[in-house]
Design a protein around this ligand. Structure first.
Ligand code: DLL
Length: 435
């Protein structure tokens, strides 16, 4: 297998590259971006103070709000005539976050996506069916360029038109599927409805899934439904798009840290946490020119591991994303992450990973409801067995969340499907607060 040498460097060599690039990046933003100069000056920091990787912790953080405050191009470190691509991430409120790429940035992005595809040995002869959205979202074009770079034939099918996607998947003999995990599951469901027999009717052997969290149960369901090996891809538009990290054949998620230096911090104090501890992921890009970003707070919760991986890669590993700091629901004072709920319901026989969490207020009390589709095989209409299933899930949820949740079992295929990132939470309390 063609292995990318940067994934296997001795740590000293890797860290030497990181330090050199970090110094260049700090110089760049200090001289070209007034926002960074002001932030560095406030704490009396000059580029020459960066002498080791350890000095990274003295640099100020950057947040999504900073990007919004400088909408659209205020944090760019390259003049517009050097920017050749613009993407943006949709915010639920207010203006989107805008990111710009120079020619060199697109090369970096293609390289990390090339390294992503190489994790599964994708190359000439493979047909990559790319069902990530093409457009302002970074998923579509990020995967597209990586697939071309490894020499695969890419099918830019984008999102939607699920029946047509199934026809293309089968007729073009796709070997690799790229989509959100929830959409991959939806594709499998529709395939059965349409009379296909997955995985038998298809040639898929692996998939690259990301852009949203997925519990172990959801991963397994996707892998089984399609008979494929599940590879994960992690990324965010502010850092580059997909391609910040990707899982190896051992299933370990590796960060391409010669380009993106990760840290884990305590989200409340900002203090850097030691290896293995859970906290908020922070990234500093060290090779980007259009929008270099210093200590970007992702709000994603994970942990980092340095020990070499069985696959031989020396680049750091990160644990699965456990949730987001802004994802956390506080229900009657108890912290609840949607990922916890997903984990519980995928452990109960007879349920599917299609669910919605609804939080509401009855009077002054918070009420947590979990709506979940039952498996077609148990949806027999037998009220007694459905009652038992409901009670079982309520019990399991209470044990895991330390909170009572009401379960509503719904018929298969009645909850709304998303073509991109699944929307798992409806917080009706917000609407009531505004009213
Ligand atoms: O979702 C980029 C991407 C596209 C990644 C396709 C992977 C595949 P944004 O729209 O800016 O960019 O959203 C970034 O999505 O901060 C995480 O909360 C979440 N996310 C991305 N990948 C994963 C993953 C793209 N593998 C936000 N697991 C991030 C869990 C993920 N969450």
């Amino acid at each position: 297998m063609d292995r990318h040498k940067k994934d296997f460097l001795p740590r000293e060599d890797l860290e030497a590259i990181q330090l050199k690039r970090l110094k260049e990046t700090v110089e760049r933003v200090y001289h070209l971006v007034p926002f960074y100069r002001q932030k560095f000056d406030e704490v009396g920091l000059k580029p020459k103070h960066i002498k080791s990787l350890d000095d990274l912790k003295n640099l100020p953080f950057t947040t999504k709000q900073d990007l919004r405050d400088h909408y659209p191009f205020g944090l760019f470190a390259a003049p517009l005539d050097q920017i050749i691509r613009i993407h943006s991430s949709s915010g639920t409120t207010g203006k989107p976050t805008v990111v710009g790429y120079t020619e060199n940035d697109l090369k970096v992005w293609t390289e990390v996506m090339y390294r992503t595809f190489k994790m599964a040995g994708v190359g000439p002869g493979d047909v990559v069916h790319n069902a990530y959205g093409y457009g302002l979202f970074t998923g579509g074009l990020g995967f597209h360029y990586g697939a071309e770079a490894v020499g695969a034939a890419v099918v830019p099918s984008s999102v939607g038109f699920t029946k047509r996607q199934l026809m293309l998947l089968k007729d073009f003999g796709a070997t690799i599927l790229c989509s959100t995990p929830s959409y991959a599951l939806h594709l499998a469901e529709v395939a059965k409805e349409e009379g296909y027999d997955p995985p038998k009717d298809f040639l898929l052997r692996a998939g690259f899934f990301g852009a949203e969290p997925a519990s172990e149960g959801l991963r397994q369901a996707v892998a089984e439904a399609w008979g494929i090996k599940y590879f994960e891809c992690y990324g965010l538009s502010e850092i580059i798009g997909p391609g910040v990290a990707a899982s190896c054949p051992e299933g370990e998620l590796h960060i391409f840290e010669d380009h993106f230096i990760p840290e884990i911090i305590n989200p409340e104090t900002g203090e850097v946490l030691p290896e293995g501890e859970e906290g908020e992921l922070v990234f500093t890009t060290v090779s980007k020119q259009g929008l270099p970003i210093i200590r970007y707070r992702t709000k994603d919760i994970a942990s980092l591991y340095k020990a070499p991986c069985k696959c031989g890669r020396t680049i750091l590993r990160m644990g699965r994303i456990l949730g987001r700091t802004d994802d956390m629901l506080i229900v009657s004072g108890v912290n609840v992450f949607p990922s916890q709920v997903e984990h519980v319901l995928t452990q109960v026989e007879g349920l599917t990973p299609n669910y919605v969490i609804v939080v509401d207020k009855r009077g002054v009390l918070d009420v947590l409801e979990v709506w979940v589709e039952v498996d077609e095989r148990v949806f027999t209409g037998d009220i007694g067995s459905l009652e038992n299933l409901k009670r079982k899930l309520e019990e399991e949820l209470a044990n895991a969340l330390f909170l009572r949740a009401r379960v509503k079992l719904v018929e298969p295929k009645t909850l709304e499907r998303s073509m991109g990132k699944a929307k798992r939470v409806v917080d009706r309390r917000e609407l009531k607060d505004i009213a």
